[in-house]
Design a protein around this ligand. Sequence first.
Ligand code: SF4
Length: 340
Amino acid sequence: MAPLLEARNVSKVFSGGLFSRAQNIALDDFSFALEDAPPSITAVVGESGSGKTTLARLLLGLAAPTSGSVRYNGKDLRKHSRAEWRTFIREVQVIFQDPYEVYNPFYTVDHVLKEPIRKFALAGTKAQGRALMEEALTAVGLRPEETLGRHPHQLSGGQRQRIMVARALLLKPRVIIADEPVSMVDASLRATILNNLRQINRQFGISILYITHDLTTAYQLSENIIVLYRGGVAEVGSVERVVQHPQHPYTRLLVGSVPLPDPRRPWEAAPAPSALGREMTAASCRFADRCPSAMPVCIEVRPPLYQTNPDRAAACYLYDDAPAMATGDINQVFVGEAAD
Ligand code: SF4
C-alpha cells in the first residue's frame, strides 16, 4: 500500500535572483514516507538553512519541488484533481510557529475555529458548529467557556497556540505538520502543547511531523528523528539511539550544545574543524568545513548513509564499514515501522 504522505527524491533549488547565477540547494534528493499506520511522531531537526522549513512547505503543497515529487495517497500532488486537493488540505493540517499571525485582532478567537467549519461544511447548524468547537477546545485542555468570545490579545501565547491545535483537530486530519510550534511560547507552556500533540497522536491516530531546531523537545516528543544539514540527511533513526549516542559529527555537535540542567557540567566546547575542510567543494560532504574528523575522501565525494544499527543511519565515512543505504530507504531505520 502506498504511504500516506511521501517525499520521493525531492530537491528544491532557489536561484539567487534575476541577475545572479548563484543557486541555493535548500533540499537535495530527500526521500521520506509517512505511513498511515501506526500513527507516528517524527522530528525533523536542523539549524537555520538546513532545509527543514522548505521540507514543510513542500509536504504541504505550498511550494513545488524542483525535481522529484510529493505524493499523498500515492499520487503526485501536482496531479491531484480539485476534489483530491480538497481532501489533502483537509487531511494534512499545519501548525505554524507564530499563531498570532493567523488571528485577526478585530475578531474573537471563535473566528479561526468557525472558518474551517464553514469552509468544509462540517456542521449543519450553529449549535452543531458550537459543539464541534467546544469538543476540539476540550481535547486540547482548554475550557470553551473561558476561551470562546475572547479576543486574541486576551489569551496567552500558549492558549493561542493550543487553539491552533484545536483548529487542526476540527478537520479530523490524518497528518499534522507542526513547524516550530513551541518556539515562541514560554518555556512553562511548552510541555503542555507538546503533551497536546502527543495526546492527539495517540487518541486520534494522527501522525505528526515535528519540525524544530530544538533537539530537547524533539527528544521529548518524537519516536524517530531526521537530522538535516544543508539540505541533506546527516543522521536518521530512533530518537533514543540518535540523541543518546549520536554518531555523525554534526549530531554530536548539536547534542553537545544542548544546555544541561546540571550547572557543574559545562557545555561541551565544539572541537576545531579540520584544516582539510578549507578544500571543500560542491561534491564534498556537506559538513566537511566544520568537521573535526574530515579526511581526504570527505572532500572528494559526499558520503552515502551508512546503516550503523538496525535503527539508525549516519551519512559519514567514519562508519563506512557498515552497509550503505539508498537515500530512499531512511524509513527502514525508524522504530515502530514495519520493515519491507
Ligand atoms: Fe566529517 Fe567526513 Fe564524516 Fe563528513 S564524512 S562528517 S567530513 S568525517
